[in-house]
Design a protein around this ligand. Sequence first.
Ligand code: DAK
Length: 257
Amino acid sequence: MSQVILTESQGRVGLIRIHRPEAMNALNDAVMDGLSAALDQFEANPDIACVVLTGIEKAFAAGADIAAMRNLDFAQAYSSDFISRNWERLLTFRKPVIAAVSGYALGGGCELAMMCDMVFAAENARFGQPEIKIGTLPGAGGTQRLPRAVGKALAMDLCMTGRFMDAQEALRAGLVSRVLPADKLLEEALAVAQAISNQSLPALMMLKESVNRAYESPLSEGLKFERRMLHASFSLQDQKEGMNAFVEKRTPNFTHK
Ligand code: DAK
């Protein structure tokens, strides 16, 4: 595993840290390849049910590495499928992922947070899509996921001005679900991840797939998909265990089957 990505397991939770402090965690090939490898490892491990993705105190990630990409020309960017090839892994990761954001989440860093299932922000978090200030535009979903998360007006405001949004504004806008003191961020994210990881893993995965359908299909198709997933969940041993435990007034013992 590359040193810019640090991983550890705590119970059924996998923790991934982006660690490139000299460049505000700017995202280069080493970071994205390392992140993909870490996700592969946690996806393949049946004892991991939830992942927390975090950075350093000053930055979740201040965007794609500007120094590394500034001299690219169109032909190189297009033919090498610049960035796309190692930026998609989070999107195919099937277990729940919490982004724990402290400091800057800018450009590709904000886009990376938005690829996670939920975002917790420290009080010092700053979100933005400042690509316009360096003569370009968001390229990893900022123009698509940001309007879905916060609405068109605020997305245009952030993308066109390049201004940063603080944690409270991000909470009001719906980009993040919790704001925490910086020194409690990771503790809380890990505690929530532990609680989630005690639920039935296949049911969590079906739930994640169903919520993501809300972004990919019209309401009627999403509702149909959700209904079929619900029917399928009745084939899980965990569904029987969960409902029996409720009726018998005891804590369920999920086996993730
Ligand atoms: N890239 C490279 N280095 C960066 C960086 C970045 N994005 N952000 C910060 N650094 C480096 C700085 O150059 C500096 O390095 P040294 O000078 O010490 O060597 C070090 O980190 C500390 O930064 P500062 O000295 O600037 O620290 P400050 O506290 O004064 O300011 C800041 C922090 C985060 C506000 C500032 O560094 C800043 O504005 N950074 C740039 C933010 C930005 O513009 N981000 C968007 C980048 S464009 C694509 C997918 C995605 C993308 C593109 C394509 N495809 C799928 C095709 C994404 C594009 C982007 O993200």
